[in-house]
Design a protein. Structure first.
Length: 159
């Protein structure tokens, strides 16, 4: 069974075999993707949860990944996608840490909130509207995650 984790392909050390009843029972209740994640850290979450149930994961050294990095998106939506990415990065970062390490440990990303607020006001003062919007989205994504809200932000495309 092959998975992608943190931009590197991984493979379960003991491949899932249908007649291995012990492993079948162990993975039958395993939901691979946490649907609360929208863009970031879902692969890290899968690997962390597999590791928590003692499923060994290792790197396939010769694997290659060709990530288009938004290359499939129409360039006219570039700014809206940038806002989406920043909102979800901060939302996912807090959610992942809260899920695996608890709310207190997840609050270590509070420094990111302070930094994003400072940058927001800096760009507000110096009239850089694009950067101001980016840091506003970071602040909003993190605050929504800290309040326990779902990962709801989606791009606003004009048709």
């Amino acid at each position: 069974m092959v998975l992608q984790c943190s931009a590197v392909s991984y493979i379960l050390k003991k491949p899932f075999i249908m007649f291995n009843l012990k492993r079948l029972k162990k993975l039958s209740n395993f939901s691979f993707f946490d649907e609360n994640f929208f863009l970031y850290l879902e692969n890290d979450d899968i690997c962390k949860r597999l590791n928590n149930i003692q499923e060994n994961i290792y790197i396939v050294p010769k694997s290659k990944i060709n990530h288009l990095g938004g290359g499939a998106v129409d360039p006219k939506y570039k700014d809206e996608i940038e806002l989406l990415r920043n909102w979800h990065w901060m939302w996912s970062k807090f959610y992942y840490n809260k899920k695996h390490y608890g709310y207190f440990n997840a609050s270590k990303v509070f420094g990111n909130l302070v930094s994003a607020k400072i940058k927001f006001f800096y760009y507000l003062i110096f009239f850089n509207n694009h950067k101001r919007k980016i840091y506003k989205m970071r602040v909003l994504g993190l605050i929504n995650s800290m309040l326990g809200k779902k990962s709801f932000y989606r791009p606003k495309f004009d048709n």
